[in-house]
Write a protein of this length. Structure first.
Length: 218
């Protein structure tokens, strides 16, 4: 079977979930994102990102403007219960001609980290890439020393592909980059498991999961 390119690059569309809504990143999200970045422990979550935590609201606004002027396409992650932007993530390495795309620049603020909000934000990106846009490959990359990110990729069902040694220099340090991917042929089974796990019946009154996300590699 001849491989097909993706139909298009991601557009600036809103992706609606049960718990979160993904909106094209905009200046109006700056105050919320600055708040979660500067809350106790929030700045530490920038440890493995390309940028440092914003030093001011103006710096956050400038970062959003610069991000939107570049080749990547970012979204703000809105908690539908509160209406607040609690994080951001981006489409990167957008290569529709090859049917390959990456989720990157992920900042899931502490109020949404390790929760159904984060899992649904990932799920909405994957579903849009595979089903709406026709991508064949969905990538996740991180610093090889970032053990929480590698564990998250495995939990989400990404397959580890290897390490690019001395791939980058980030914040004055060497970065060996760990590569992970999900392919279109793997997505139907993963989608079914995501939908099972994200069902409200899988969560107690306190929001804690009743069963784990059971992906083949998770």
């Amino acid at each position: 079977m001849t491989p097909e390119p993706a139909r298009a690059a991601p557009d600036r569309v809103v992706l609606e979930g049960r718990y979160v809504r993904l909106e094209p990143l905009d200046r109006r999200h700056a105050a919320d994102l600055f708040a979660v970045s500067t809350m106790a422990g929030g700045a530490e979550r920038y440890r493995w990102l390309l940028s440092e935590a914003p030093s001011s609201l103006a710096a956050m606004e400038q970062r959003i403007a610069e991000t939107n002027a570049g080749p990547d396409r970012y979204v703000a992650i809105i908690d539908k219960a509160s209406g607040k932007a609690l994080g951001q993530q981006g489409w990167m390495r957008i290569r529709p001609e090859h049917g390959s795309i990456e989720i990157g620049g992920v900042y899931w603020g502490l109020p949404m980290a390790r929760s159904r909000l984060a899992t649904e934000a990932l799920f909405l990106f994957a579903r849009h890439a595979f089903e709406d846009l026709g991508y064949r490959r969905f990538e996740w990359k991180c610093n090889n020393r970032n053990e929480p990110s590698k564990a998250a990729a495995t939990r989400f069902g990404f397959r580890f592909e290897g390490v690019f040694r001395q791939d980058m220099i980030i914040k004055g340090e060497n970065r060996d980059t760990a590569w992970f991917s999900i392919l279109d042929t793997e997505w139907p089974d993963l989608r079914a498991e995501y939908e099972r796990w994200l069902d409200p019946a899988n969560f107690g009154a306190d929001g804690a999961q009743l069963t784990r996300l059971a992906t083949p590699r998770g």
